[in-house]
Write a protein that binds this ligand. Sequence first.
Ligand SMILES: Cc1cc2nc3c(=O)[nH]c(=O)nc-3n(C[C@H](O)[C@H](O)[C@H](O)COP(=O)(O)OP(=O)(O)OC[C@H]3O[C@@H](n4cnc5c(N)ncnc54)[C@H](O)[C@@H]3O)c2cc1C
Length: 296
Amino acid sequence: MYIPDFEYYAPDSLDEACQMLAQFGGRAKVLAGGTDILPKAKTFSPIAPPQTPLPEILVSLKNLEELKKIEYVPGKGVVIGALATHNDLVNSELLNKKYMSISEAAHQMANNQVRNRGTVGGNLINAVPSADLPPILIALNASIKLVSVDGERVLPLEELFLDVCVTCCTEKEILTEVVIPDQKMTGSNYIKFGARRSGALAIAGVAVAVEVENNVIKDARIVAGAVAPTPIRTKKAEDFLKGKEVTAELLEEAGVIASGECKPITDIRGSAEYRTNLVRVLTKRALRKAIDQGHV
Ligand SMILES: Cc1cc2nc3c(=O)[nH]c(=O)nc-3n(C[C@H](O)[C@H](O)[C@H](O)COP(=O)(O)OP(=O)(O)OC[C@H]3O[C@@H](n4cnc5c(N)ncnc54)[C@H](O)[C@@H]3O)c2cc1C
């Protein structure tokens, strides 16, 4: 398999990287772990075209150490640098203590090789509907920071996604961090359903975060992945749960409502009907786990 020629730069600072993207315009793209952009650019024979042509120029972020950190910043929350890899999430003591559901979601992704290279930023900007990190991060109310020569903007993660593989991150911008604010939520969970236990993309995935007090649901966020062009909040199911006592019937009904809110397609991995049914079951199970575990 062949990768076409390209120009390669590895700037030493975020400023320099932003300058390059501004200067090169649409001819350049950011390179993070390369687990998506490079395989897509490979041709399977010297004459066949690649699935997605590689841009003329790749600007690697590999020297930007400050984007690799996972840390707690008082008053802000847990800050996950865009260059943190999936295995950094799995192995982070901070996340294992504060947001085990994120580490668990990362652990269900791909295989060790991809988890060692693939980054949080790449997973979000890729914006494939089956991506595993967006649902749990949106459920935890994450925000993101996009930086360019024109300055920076902070926005809720759920506003990043516009369509299948389309985000509001412009060609000049670099995603630098994801912030998980301090939570009132008392539990969270993500369940992915793939064709195999590991190494398979999600046919559907559901993440939830709940605030439960005295067995009553005070607040809930439910996010489904792989069942619409972008990750979706199932807001009718969220509203339905608020103020109600936890019972098996309540969680079952929330699953039914959530499944009615998704807009899945039929593809090689599953039919629309199958995916709809998965959302019903996964919502119920994820809620049960988030409520029972008693930790976020
Ligand atoms: C075998 C295999 C299995 C996989 N399994 C899964 C899975 O189970 N679940 C899942 O969710 N994904 C899976 N993936 C997809 C992929 O690995 C992830 O989405 C990964 O997180 C991409 O990150 P990366 O750093 O490698 O991105 P790259 O390939 O470097 O970049 C991807 C895209 O994002 C842009 N980009 C990257 N970082 C930034 C940034 N900081 N700012 C702006 N733009 C940026 C790039 O320009 C490019 O367009 C799999 C991939 C492979 C090859």
